[in-house]
Design a protein around this ligand. Structure first.
Ligand code: ASN
Length: 377
């Protein structure tokens, strides 16, 4: 296994941000195009990784497999203290695929930081030009955050697919090998480029913008509104892949650093602002997981009015946008009037990553507001 060292984060680009428009379904020879009229394919596609009537490729497909830890690499630790990442999983049953493995670090995903995400993005940029697809194994707890950070920072042409497992290698229902094989098939499938980083778990294919972990123990632990954009199943040994949707065009960013301090506050009935002043003083920006369409108790309104740093309003509700509709003190309309930025439909932890990346790129509060307003993510 090849270990690749930390590569650092890319230099800041002259443009503040770049909107990459992707057309679908792209062809293998032209996997990503700048097509402003790009729309989802009219019908779902069904084909094995290598269609039976396809001309065999001149060379074996090349897959980069990056291990980062998580339950998919975990076993009970010999000291009896519980599960820890130990051995990266082997990729089963993909003959005639040339696999390059890398393990930049091996972490339980609660130990992942934005710096690790930057390191991973740099490694993928290095490997992408010489591979046809990239698979990243990852713990499931923060998998959606890493997927979204890659979605925001990567503009590589080949598919990048993240997967993990909910059960470890010594459990009877270990889901690691099947998820890994599915992820590899998706990464090498000719219809996968141009959809941004994807998450494959339990046969469902999600886009990084909307996927979220919805269950602490179930094998089908991932969901999110409006749901999967595709599905992979197997007929015997033949993979059958269906895409239902093409994600909307996304923006990519090239932050100079990932060290901005962005904190999340979680709203509840009866919150009078405990913790707000301290967080606002030490952080570069705040995200609040607010109530419903983005409302807060009245006591929060003057606190937000008095904050010059960006304050993004997400929702603790599991689906739907943040909208400035209510005009009572603390209602969404009054928070926006006070300068708060609605997070659109991003959950609080994804809104935090976007804010952190935009701050790292040196965007002003007004520019940040524009990015959120226009859904440029
Ligand atoms: N299923 C998992 O991977 C959970 C684990 N705690 C992790 O995120 O590393």
């Amino acid at each position: 296994m090849r270990a690749i060292k930390a590569l650092g984060v890319r230099e800041r680009q002259p443009l503040p941000w770049q909107v990459v428009r992707l057309s679908g379904p792209p062809s293998p020879s032209n996997p990503q195009t700048l097509d402003p009229l790009a729309r989802p394919p009219a019908a779902a596609t069904t084909m094995p990784v290598m269609p039976s009537d396809a001309t065999p490729p001149a060379r074996a497909p090349r897959l980069a497999l990056i291990h980062t830890g998580g339950t998919i690499a975990s076993r009970p630790s010999p000291d009896g203290r519980g599960l820890t990442p130990q051995t990266p999983p082997a990729l089963p049953g993909l003959e005639e695929v040339q696999v390059t493995e890398a393990q930049p670090f091996s972490l339980p995903s609660p130990h992942m930081t934005p710096a690790h995400m930057g390191q991973l993005a740099a490694l993928i940029r290095e490997l992408a030009p010489t591979h046809d697809g990239v698979v990243v194994t990852h713990g499931t707890d923060t998998l959606e955050e890493t997927a979204f950070a890659l979605h925001l920072m990567l503009d590589v042409k080949v598919p990048v697919v993240l997967t993990g497992s909910m059960r470890h290698a010594e459990e009877i229902s270990w889901d690691g090998p099947a998820n890994l094989l599915d992820a590899a098939h998706v990464a090498l499938h000719p219809h996968s480029p141009g959809r941004g980083p994807l998450v494959v778990i339990g046969g469902d294919i999600f886009d990084a913008r909307t996927v979220t972990k919805i269950h602490t123990t179930a094998v089908d632990a991932f969901g999110g509104y409006p749901g999967p954009i595709g599905r992979i199943d197997r007929e015997g040994h033949t993979p059958r892949l269906h895409y239902f949707a093409m994600p909307e065009p996304r923006a990519t960013y090239h932050p100079a650093h990932l060290q901005a301090r962005v904190e999340i506050l979680y709203a509840y009935a009866g919150w009078t602002g405990e913790g707000y002043a301290e967080a606002a003083a030490r952080a570069d920006g705040l995200v609040i997981a607010a109530l419903g369409t983005g409302n807060l108790p009245a006591e929060l309104l003057p606190l937000i009015q008095g904050t010059a740093k960006p304050v993004v309003i997400a929702t603790r509700t599991h689906a739907g946008p943040v909208l400035p509709v209510y005009g009572y003190a603390g209602g969404g309309a009054t928070l926006v009037e006070a300068g708060a930025i609605p997070a659109s439909f991003l959950n609080a932890h994804k809104a935090r990553l976007l804010l952190l990346i935009l701050l790292g790129q040196g965007l002003t509060r007004e520019q940040i507001q524009t990015v959120f307003e226009r859904d440029e993510f």
